[in-house]
Design a protein around this ligand. Structure first.
Ligand SMILES: Cc1ncc(COP(=O)(O)O)c(C=O)c1O
Length: 342
């Protein structure tokens, strides 16, 4: 068997229950582009988890979900406020800027989380024609640094955004990891706290591909079907995305994988923390572990285990657990790290 590494939850395969659902959906013909019973059932499940009054549309990938969700709620003279570490800022090759025309106003954070006090100074140009007009606060939940916004923090950001006439967008590629971390339902950390638009991840949670853009005010989605098609994210064989979401959301699969992955991340961090040469740098609140490992050991470690160096300057690495990470994987990795850094 090919070794499991800790580089990304995207490196994991597909959950067997998802494969089963895809296989079951592979019978006969249904109407293409989403006018099919699988999609109708999946949309109902989204309504069950996120509330009845939503509009939801499926897309292929996370970048597509973020970019098109943001495009639906912005104009090109506006700005999107985000953390410097946000996927929209550093990992989407400028697609948010290209597709929306908006300027991204990125804020440096210690832990991937935005706070109201950091946002306020960016709002002085509101109403001034020489300046871009901040229209959206975009946050990631869980964050790219493995931290999780509390319900209170989310509520504070949403209320502030709304007071300023802005909207709150959430990149929820790992929303399920955040929900289980908080012991909350999906609705409690989105609709109930005032989120306006959400990218809901499926891929990192064991789907082959497929993400959803959820609008908590359906009026915001009025043009989305055109935006999605023009944005090349309309799947003709939509039933195969929908069948995966149906499998995810009809039982507890949506939270089983993240519960396990989060637990594995905590275990990994706990074991690494016992090594004096290694320093855990972020609270482990979801499925990511950030650690400073002295530079001289990294090549030897990467020879056997692939992972990313997150911050070259301080030799901080990112290690991710997935739904299929096992305790043996962690034991073997930690044993190898211990031997390498000795
Ligand atoms: C926070 C976050 N958002 C979105 C994505 C989705 O990206 P992709 O377009 O690769 O599916 C990722 C994937 O790494 C991510 O980590």
């Amino acid at each position: 068997m090919i070794k499991r590494s800790f580089a990304s939850d995207n490196n994991a395969g597909v959950h067997p229950e998802i494969i089963k659902a895809i296989k079951a959906a592979n019978e006969g013909h249904v109407i293409a582009y989403g006018d099919d019973p699988f999609t109708a059932r999946a949309v109902k499940l989204f309504q069950k988890h996120f509330g009845r009054d939503i509009a939801v549309h499926f897309v292929f990938g996370g970048t597509g979900a973020n970019v098109l969700g943001l495009k639906a709620i912005t104009k090109s003279y506006q700005a999107i406020i985000c953390a410097e570490t946000a996927h929209v800022n550093v990992d989407e090759c400028g697609a948010p800027e290209d597709f929306t025309g908006c300027k991204l106003l990125a804020i440096s954070t210690s832990d991937g989380k935005l706070r109201v006090e950091q946002i306020k100074p960016l709002l002085h140009g509101i109403g001034v024609e020489h300046h871009v007009q901040p229209a959206v606060i975009s946050i990631s939940q869980a964050t790219e640094m493995g931290t999780v916004y509390t319900k209170k923090e989310l509520k504070t950001l949403a209320s502030f955004a709304h007071e300023q006439g802005m909207l709150l967008h959430v990149d929820g590629a790992r929303l399920a990891n955040a929900a289980v971390s908080l012991g909350a339902s999906l609705k409690e950390i989105t609709a109930d706290v005032g989120v306006d638009v959400l990218s809901f991840g499926g891929t990192k949670n064991g789907m082959i591909y497929g993400e959803a853009v959820v609008f908590f005010n359906p009026k915001l989605a009025d043009d989305f079907k055109y935006i999605r098609k023009q944005g090349m994210q309309l799947s003709s064989k939509m039933r195969f995305i929908s069948a995966q979401f149906e499998a995810m959301l009809s039982g507890n699969l949506w939270r089983r994988g993240p519960e396990h992955a989060n637990r594995m991340a905590r275990l990994l961090a706990g074991e690494l923390a016992k090594l004096s040469q290694i320093k855990i740098t972020q609270p482990v609140e979801a499925n990511g572990v950030f650690a400073v490992i002295p530079k001289k050991y990294i090549p030897a470690l990467q020879k056997k285990y692939f992972f990313y160096v997150w911050d070259e300057e301080i030799s901080e690495v990112r290690l991710m657990a997935s739904f299929d990470t096992s305790e043996d994987d962690i034991r073997d990795f930690v044993k190898f790290v211990r031997k390498t850094v000795k």
